[in-house]
Design a protein around this ligand. Sequence first.
Ligand code: PNS
Length: 159
Amino acid sequence: MTTALVPGSFDPPTHGHIDVVSRCVTIFDRVVVGVVANPSKEPLFTIEERKAMLIECCPWDRVEIAGFDGLLVDFAREVGADVVVKGLRAVTDFDYELQLAQMNRHLSGLMTMFVATKPEYGYLSSSLVKEVVALGGTVEELVPPIVAKALEGRFPRHG
Ligand code: PNS
């Protein structure tokens, strides 16, 4: 049985994230979505809120959603992951993601595979989604409905 670990902040999950998970479902026997409890930036949504959104947005039997703290390599060992899978949007992602992948490989031999995101999600990021909603824009085509609703709750529109 092969297990893929898809880690991230998911603050909040976007269609880009769900696309990566959905493609892992077609390749791996088990997919663990690892939600980092304390991302480098102060999250908008709590770990429980981010996990709850992912549970709703990942309706596949072989997907598990779990939070983690500490090193990714330790969590990967804990859940029995064979490989980490990350989405790559553009070359701008590549430098940083390669650095993480090589550090993880150095730390424990953990392998990382990259999935090219769908072109239509190439510009999509959780940070931009939050900024657009905070400034009164619409992101309904970019995030699952439950996420759009949660964002509206955080940044209510006036008038
Ligand atoms: O969605 P993000 O913010 O790009 O996800 C980054 C994440 C959570 C995958 C990365 O920050 C991570 O692996 N954090 C866990 C801490 C860790 O292992 N740091 C060393 C990485 S080489």
